[in-house]
Design a protein around this ligand. Structure first.
Ligand code: UDP
Length: 474
């Protein structure tokens, strides 16, 4: 008989796809008798990097197969946000998901269908085939606690988060200002708000919740979730913390010859602040200049990934920005004046390798979940400067819940961060923040322990696989 298959269904964003594939690798490493198939819904934007990545994984991890769903064409101009595009793209892909599950289940027994929250609309399809569906949470347990509790918050008010001006209380989560709520959820009348609400309502109907985290990083929200406090009176599916799932394999070796890594090799231990705003974070031209001024005044060594500002051209807003023109974007003479102690790289740096380098002592981050996990694993304290998605929520969690970051404070109206604030936070991060430094060092050790044999994440994976096997036998 063929091996039972696990179907993974990620959303098209690179961070979501990479985390899901890492989950597949983790499953296969510990349970090689299972087989993994990843459903790929081709993104309507930025296809290059996704398909390159899929080709790379197909070549290097042949035991993971990819099933490509047909391309869906969408009028990108008609969507208010990237999240709205992704929800719609995946909804329109549902007939193809049905065909895929039908043909795959004819070939081999399917033990589990593991989906991203963007794929919530595919949940009833798996139910038609009696396949248990698990949500894979690509952010942390604090965010999961919020989503479980969200229907209660939704029913307690008629106002949008953007107009509330109050603290939101979720069991296990520090109070979150309503203005820090997940960006595309700020307006209650938006389609994204409704889509996230649909996800929240469906969570209790799933067979389990797989979270890219480890137990000791988010003990409080995990306890609140498991005690049923986030969904009082309702069902709380079992939670499996199987992280941190990161693509750390051979990162140092692979990027040894990259210029910024060679530059880091020459810097003293823990002396460099690394600044990067994820794969999509773009700062305005004025904000880039202001950041440069503050960074220069801080006097600290730095490695800064600079991207072009957002485009004014609506038709290009979901596409990869062009290479930045540093001469035009940064203050006159900045690169020459700081050349002795700083390095600016255009558009992209090998972040996992950078955060694992001994010379890096601080990270100014946009608070994307993968970046947070990478910093925690590298034992690098953070300065939290959110831009989009759930990053403002994550900042509160990093500073007040996990205590692994200092807060970068922006102007309340415009969200602009002044040069003085940049200077102050960079100096604090690199010279002070003793408690944050100690806490992140401790979590780094615990992250390694969680992923080692006998660790909590390996044990959680074992329990999950047992559940899959028992479902097949029953
Ligand atoms: N990343 C990178 N180099 C860059 C920017 C980003 O390697 O210059 C990687 C980073 O290591 C992380 C991912 O891209 O794995 C970004 O994911 P995250 O969840 O932090 O943020 P997102 O880009 O999804 O907002």
């Amino acid at each position: 008989m063929t091996n039972p298959t696990i179907i993974l269904y990620p959303s098209p964003g690179m961070g979501h796809l990479v985390a899901m594939v890492e989950l597949g690798k983790f499953i296969l490493h510990h349970h090689p008798s299972l087989s993994i198939t990843v459903l790929i819904s081709p993104p309507s934007f930025n296809t290059g990097s996704t398909m390159d990545y899929v080709r790379h994984i197909s070549a290097t991890v042949p035991s993971i197969s990819f099933h490509h769903l047909p391309t869906i064409s969408l009028d990108l101009l008609s969507f208010p946000s990237m999240e709205a595009v992704i929800f719609e793209l995946l909804r329109l892909s549902n007939p193809h998901v049905r065909s895929a599950l039908a043909s795959l289940s004819r070939a081999t027994p399917i033990s589990a269908f593991v989906i991203d929250f963007f794929c919530t609309s595919s949940l009833p399809i798996a139910a038609e085939f009696h396949i248990p569906t698990y949500f894979f949470v690509t952010s942390g347990a604090y965010v999961l606690a919020f989503f479980l509790y969200f229907p209660i918050i939704h029913n307690s008010t008629t106002e949008s988060f953007k107009d509330m001006n109050q603290l939101l209380h979720t069991p296990g989560v520090p109070p979150i200002p309503s203005s820090d709520m997940i960006r595309p959820m700020l307006d209650r009348t938006s389609s994204e708000y409704q889509n996230f609400l649909d996800f929240s309502i469906e969570i209790p109907n799933s067979a389990g919740l797989i979270v890219n985290t480890f137990e000791s990083l988010e003990a409080k929200p995990l306890q609140a979730i498991r005690e049923g406090k986030c969904n009082p009176g309702g069902n709380t599916p079992p939670v499996f913390c199987v992280g941190p799932l990161l693509n750390t394999e051979n990162q140092r070796e692979e990027y040894n010859e990259v210029e910024c890594m060679k530059w880091l090799d020459k810097q003293p231990s823990k002396s460099v602040v690394y600044i990067c705003f994820g794969s999509l974070g773009l700062l305005s031209a004025a904000q880039l200049r202001e950041l440069a001024v503050g960074l220069e005044r801080s006097g600290k060594r730095f490695l800064w990934v600079v991207r072009s500002p957002p485009t004014e051209d609506k038709s290009r807003r979901f596409l990869k920005p062009p290479e930045p023109d540093l001469e035009e974007l940064l203050p006159a003479g900045f690169v020459e004046r700081t050349g002795e102690r700083g390095m600016v790289v255009k558009s992209w740096a090998p972040q996992v390798a950078v955060l694992g380098h001994a010379a890096v002592g601080g990270f100014v981050t946009h608070c994307g979940w993968n970046s947070i996990l990478e910093a925690v694993c590298g034992g690098v304290p953070m300065a939290a400067w959110p831009i989009y998605a759930e990053q403002h929520f994550n900042r509160v969690v990093l500073v007040e819940g996990m205590k692994v970051a200092v807060r970068v404070v922006e102007d309340e109206e415009e969200g602009f961060v002044s040069a003085e604030e940049v200077e102050r936070r960079v100096v604090e991060l690199m010279e002070g923040a003793e408690e944050v430094r100690m806490e992140v060092a401790k979590k780094s050790v615990e992250a390694r322990e969680a992923m080692a044999n006998g660790g909590s994440s390996v044990a959680a994976l074992g329990k999950m696989v047992d559940l899959w096997s028992s479902a097949l036998c029953s």
